[in-house]
Each structure stands twice: as structure tokens, then as C-alpha cells.
Design a protein around this ligand. Structure first.
Ligand code: PLP
Length: 343
């Protein structure tokens, strides 16, 4: 029996998401926070391991709703926002439109589910190319549009006016993926939720110190949440993650202090990287910096030889690398290795 022939053609042509662990001393490749919430782990002792998790994640939603100033029925919990992308595409289907380069999971999941993808390159300023997106919306009528703002891997926020134009011209759902919103100087789209019925905001705890939990959430009108909730697996967020997240989110001061520290380190790192000749830097509103060198593969390897792991994006963004902001000591080591690598 030929297993390959049994597999759906959309899946057999996919490549598994490359998330292999590369041994390193300083890990600056995955936009994680350098600061964790290990104190929050204490709640693990109170978990009943023989019981299923709370299927509604009630306590977590209560904390989030209060924090965000919204109703609990405007929230949907996911095993990371990756799972929520899956649920959105399962619920609404395609075509699925998104700009490129952007977060790869929109395309991977659309393809796995057999939905049409519409990819539209960002303009030369790395902003949304409205001149191409609006006609594509008219012609293809995408059911879903994913906009990561701040965008991964470019780091910039898309212009608010252009996002609004897209929301207003779309008859489908527009998801603003705000994975990096906590690091941004812009307000984000939460205040606009009440004005647009087709707007969905996606957030995650992964980039603010809780990547291990796998916890993301959607914020949207209750009628959208209710539909997506139909495809959600019953116990998609486990008890440990729920309890630890609640405990960590209650350490609000700590959470905010970490984010502030990362933002000011980012600005210092940016300033120091700007002094390195031959390197092109892209402005960032996130916890990472995209930069261009002459030969990304060579610089990537030179950094790794010094034990420093960054993300090599040369396959998607020519000669670009992406570095996550680490602790002051980690950033210093990165800068030193980068200078020694020679651009
Ligand atoms: C990291 C990232 C996510 C994934 O978040 P998880 O909650 O860890 O699944 C979603 N969107 C963007 C743009 C990201 O960079």
C-alpha cells in the first residue's frame, strides 16, 4: 500500500513546519520573552489530574475580559493562536488573503484545509499594498483576511487607515493578529471592535513570557465567537495552562515590567545595530528586529558558531535575519558576535 497516495494532495505537497531545536547558548530566534513566570507554576499542585480541564476556560476568560474591558462571550480560547487560525479557516473556509512576507501559518493551514490562498506582496515601505489588495477583495471575495500588525517578520505596524479600508471593503472577516501588540506604541484595534462587525482580533500569551502554555485568544462579536466555538475541540486548553495563565495574568505589574524592559532593550539594541556599517535595519514595533546583510547564510552561521541562534529568513526575505530581543547580557553578546562576523 502506498501511504503517500492516500494522503490528500494539499497535504502531501506541504512541508512539515520546521520547528526543530538547534543547540545554542543564546536563543534569539523565536520571538519568545527572555523573562518567564515560574512563580505561577505553584498553582500546578492544586490541579486534579484525573479531571478534564474546564471546557470553557471560565476563570481565564474572566481575568482576560476584565483586563480588556469586554464581555466574556467576546472571547475564544485556543491552544496557541495557531489553533485559532485553524478554527477560523475551518469555520469560514476560503479564499484566505494575506500579505507577504508574514506569519507562515496562515498559508500552511489554508493549504492543509484545501482552501485557496491569495498572497499579496507588501509595498516597498513594507506596508499593505492597498492598490492590489482592494481589487483582489472585489474580484476574489476572500472569506478571511489575516493581517499581522505588528507584522512578523518585518516588525512594523501596517497603517491604520489602510487596515480600515480593507475592513470596510471586505464582505468577509478581517483578522488583525496582534501577537506583538504589547510591544507596540500604537493603540491596536480593540477600541474599534464595536464599530466593525467583521473585525476579529487575535492575541497570544506566547510572546509575553508564556510560550510554554500554548494559549491564544480571539476577541470578536459574540455571533462570530459562537460560530467558531462550534469547531473548537472540547478540551483544547489543558488545566495546567489555564491555571498558570490565570496566575501569571494576575501578576500584572510583573507582566508590564517585563514588556517595558523588552521595549527599552529593543530601542537600545536598534541604536547599537544602526552603528554597524553595511547592515540595513527595519523599524520595529515588536520584540524583534529584522535586518539585512550581504550574505545572510554566512552571518547566520558565524553567529551560530558563537552559540547565538537567530532566525535565517533568507528563503522568504532576501538576505534578511531576524533577532529577538533578549536580556541585556544576551543582546550584548549578540552585538559582539555580529560585529565580529563582519557584514
Ligand atoms: C508567534 C506568532 C503567533 C503564534 O502564536 P501562538 O499563540 O504561539 O500559536 C501568531 N501570530 C503571529 C504573527 C506570530 O508571530
Amino acid at each position: 500500500m502506498d501511504i503517500k497516495k492516500l494522503v490528500k494532495k494539499e497535504v502531501s505537497s506541504l512541508r512539515a513546519y520546521n520547528a526543530r531545536e538547534i543547540p545554542c547558548r543564546i536563543k534569539l530566534d523565536a520571538n519568545e520573552s527572555p523573562y518567564g513566570f515560574n512563580r505561577a507554576l505553584r498553582v500546578a499542585a492544586g490541579i486534579s489530574t484525573n479531571r478534564y480541564p474546564d471546557p470553557e476556560a471560565g476563570e481565564l476568560k474572566k481575568v482576560l475580559a476584565k483586563d480588556l474591558g469586554i464581555r466574556q462571550d467576546m472571547l475564544l480560547q485556543g491552544n496557541g493562536s495557531d489553533e485559532l487560525i485553524y478554527y477560523l479557516i475551518s469555520t469560514f473556509g476560503g479564499p484566505v488573503l494575506y500579505p507577504t512576507p508574514t506569519f507562515s501559518m496562515y498559508g500552511i493551514i489554508a493549504q492543509a484545509l484545501g482552501e485557496k490562498k491569495i498572497e499579496i506582496a507588501l509595498d516597498s515601505e513594507l506596508d499593505l499594498d492597498i492598490g492590489k489588495i482592494l481589487p483582489a477583495i472585489k474580484k476574489e471575495r476572500p472569506k478571511l483576511i489575516f493581517l499581522s500588525s505588528p507584522n512578523n517578520p518585518t516588525g512594523n505596524c501596517f497603517s491604520t487607515g489602510r487596515i480600515l479600508e480593507i475592513i470596510e471593503s471586505s464582505r468577509g472577516i478581517v483578522i488583525v493578529d496582534e501577537a506583538y501588540q504589547p510591544f507596540s506604541s500604537e493603540k491596536g484595534f480593540l477600541p474599534l471592535l464595536k464599530d466593525y462587525r467583521n473585525l476579529v482580533i487575535m492575541r497570544t500569551l506566547s510572546k509575553i513570557g508564556l510560550a510554554a502554555l500554548r494559549l491564544g485568544y480571539l476577541i470578536a462579536a459574540p455571533e462570530i465567537i459562537a460560530e467558531v466555538n462550534k469547531v473548537r475541540l472540547p478540551f483544547n486548553v489543558n488545566s495546567l495552562s489555564q491555571a498558570i495563565a490565570v496566575s501569571a495574568l494576575r501578576e500584572k505589574k510583573q507582566l508590564i515590567a517585563h514588556i517595558k524592559a523588552i521595549c527599552s532593550e529593543r530601542d537600545l539594541l536598534f541604536r547599537d545595530m544602526r552603528k554597524i556599517e553595511g547592515l540595513t535595519l527595519f523599524p520595529t514595533e515588536a520584540n524583534f528586529i529584522l535586518f539585512k546583510v550581504n550574505d545572510a547564510d554566512r552571518v547566520y552561521s558565524a553567529l551560530l558558531k558563537k552559540g547565538i541562534l537567530v532566525r535565517n529568513l533568507s528563503e522568504t526575505v532576501k538576505d534578511c535575519l531576524r533577532v529577538t530581543v533578549g536580556t541585556p547580557a544576551e543582546n550584548k553578546a549578540f552585538l559582539k558576535a555580529l560585529r565580529q562576523a563582519g557584514i
